[in-house]
Design a binder for this molecule. Structure first.
Ligand code: SF4
Length: 396
C-alpha cells in the first residue's frame, strides 16, 4: 500500500469531532520477547532505547485527543503489553489517563502467561484495568511447541491463578484450534482444562496461516494442506462444549458468561468509532479509516514532525460502512436489524442485499424475524464466504 503522511491530520479530525459521541481506544504495544511461529502482528524485540522511544512518542500521539469526549472502552494489545516492566506500565497507563480520561465501561490488557507477575498485576489494578485477556493458545506442551509459543503449561496455570488472586473478575483466555496434528481428542483436553478454570470469556481462533509466518514456511515445506471439513468439525464441537459450560456464543469466535462480552470488540464489530495508538494500530474515526505505519522508527519520527505516517488512509462511504456493519453484524449471534441500518445509513441502497439475505434464509443459512437477520449454525460455519459474497453486492 502507498505510504504517505498528512499534515495536521489529527487537528482536522478533531475539529470535525462531535463531542457527544463516545469512542473506544486501542493501544498497540509492539514488543515481544520472541516471535510465535503463527504470528503476523507487528512486533519488535524489546531493546530499552526502543521502549523509551515508544513511551515518549505515544504521549505525543495521545495529546491531540485530549478532550472532554468520553472514552468508553480501552484495549491494550500487541505485541505483549504485559512484557513492559511495572514502571513502564504505570507510565503508559498514566499518560493515557491524563489525556483521555478514565474509560467509562471497560479496560482490557492482553498478557502472555510468561509475563504475568504480581507487581505488574498490582500496577494494572491500581490504574483501573478491569479485564485481563490471557494468551493461553493451548494447555498442552506438544501444541505449544507446534505453535512455536515459548511458554509452558505450568506457566499458563500459574498466570491464571495470579490474575484471579490479584482480584480480576473479568478474565478472557485465548485458545487456538485446528493446529496441524491436533486431533479432536487433544482439542477437547484444552476445552476440559478451560472448564476447570472457569474463565468469564473465551476466544477460540481457528489457526490461519499468514504467508509471512514461520509456521506457514514450515508447513509449506511439509506440503501441509488445510482441510475445511476438519475445521468445521472443530467449530461445531467447540460451540457445543462451550455452550454446555454456560459460555454463551455471541460472535463466531467469542463466548462469555452472561453480561461479560467484550465491550471493546462489540463497539468495533458494530462499526462505531475507535482510535488506535502505536505502530500498526488502525482507527475508524469521523468518517475515516487510517492505519499507522508498522515501523516503530517511522511512526515515532512522523509524530515528532507532526506528520503521522499511515499505510492506509481512506474516507469511508456510507454504503461501505453499512455493508461492513452487515458483514460484521452477521458474525454476531444477535445478527443485524435492517431497519436500524437503513436509519443509520439513509443512503444505503439495501435493495441489492435484501434478495441476498432472503436467499440465505431459503438455504437455511439465516433466520429472519421482523427485519432482523441472524445466521443459523450452518450459516455461521460459512460466515467468511457469506461476508465475501456480501462485499460483492457492493459492486452491483
Ligand atoms: S506473543 Fe502475540 S504478538 Fe507476540 S509473537 Fe506471540 S502471538 Fe505474536
Amino acid at each position: 500500500m502507498e505510504l504517505h503522511s498528512k499534515k495536521h491530520f489529527f487537528e482536522d479530525l478533531q475539529d470535525k469531532a462531535q463531542k457527544e459521541i463516545s469512542f473506544g481506544v486501542y493501544v498497540h504495544v509492539p514488543f515481544c520477547a520472541s516471535t510465535c511461529d503463527f504470528c503476523s502482528f507487528y512486533q519488535e524485540t524489546p531493546h530499552r532505547q526502543d521502549l523509551l522511544k515508544y513511551l515518549q512518542t505515544i504521549r505525543t500521539e495521545f495529546a491531540p485527543f485530549s478532550s472532554d469526549r468520553p472514552v468508553e472502552t480501552v484495549f491494550w494489545g500487541g505485541g505483549t503489553p504485559g512484557l513492559l516492566p511495572p514502571s513502564d506500565i504505570e507510565f503508559l497507563g498514566n499518560a493515557q489517563l491524563e489525556t483521555l480520561g478514565v474509560p467509562l465501561r471497560e479496560w482490557t490488557v492482553e498478557m502472555a502467561p510468561s509475563t504475568v507477575k504480581p507487581d505488574k498485576l498490582k500496577v494494572l489494578k491500581d490504574l483501573g484495568v478491569d479485564r485481563i485477556s490471557l494468551g493461553v493458545q493451548s494447555f498442552q506442551e506438544e501444541m505449544l511447541e507446534a505453535l512455536g509459543r515459548r511458554q509452558s503449561p505450568r506457566q499458563v496455570l500459574e498466570a491464571y491463578d495470579l490474575i484471579r488472586s490479584a482480584g480480576f473478575q473479568n478474565v478472557n483466555i485465548d485458545l487456538i484450534f485446528a493446529v496441524p496434528n491436533q486431533t479432536m481428542e487433544i482439542w477437547l483436553r484444552d476445552l476440559e482444562k478451560t472448564r476447570e478454570l472457569a474463565p468469564d470469556h473465551v476466544s477460540t481462533y481457528c489457526l490461519t496461516l499468514e504467508e509471512d509466518t514461520a509456521l506457514y514456511l514450515k508447513l509449506a515445506k511439509a506440503r501441509h494442506k488445510m482441510d475445511p471439513g476438519r475445521e468445521a468439525d472443530f467449530y461445531e464441537r467447540t460451540w457445543e462444549v462451550l455452550h454446555n459450560m454456560g459460555l454463551q456464543q455471541y460472535e463466531i469466535s467469542n463466548f462469555s458468561r452472561p453480561g461479560m462480552a467484550c465491550l471493546h470488540n462489540l463497539n468495533t464489530w458494530r462499526m462505531h468509532e475507535w482510535i488506535g495508538f502505536g505502530p500498526s494500530a488502525s482507527s475508524q474515526y469521523m468518517g475515516r479509516r487510517f492505519t499507522n505505519t508498522a515501523n516503530l522508527d517511522e511512526w515515532a519520527q512522523g509524530l515528532l514532525e507532526k506528520k503521522p505516517v499511515f499505510t492506509e488512509d481512506s474516507e469511508l462511504s456510507s454504503r461501505g460502512l453499512a455493508l461492513d456493519t452487515l458483514i460484521f453484524g452477521l458474525r454476531m449471534n444477535e445478527g443485524v436489524d435492517l431497519f436500524e441500518i437503513r436509519e443509520r445509513f439513509p443512503e444505503f441502497e439495501s435493495f441489492t442485499v435484501d434478495p441476498f439475505l432472503e436467499g440465505l434464509v431459503d438455504e437455511g443459512l439465516a433466520e429472519s424475524s421482523g427485519g432482523r437477520f441472524s445466521l443459523t449454525l450452518k450459516g455461521r460455519l460459512l460466515a467468511d464466504r457469506i461476508g465475501a459474497e456480501l462485499l460483492g453486492c457492493n459492486d452491483i
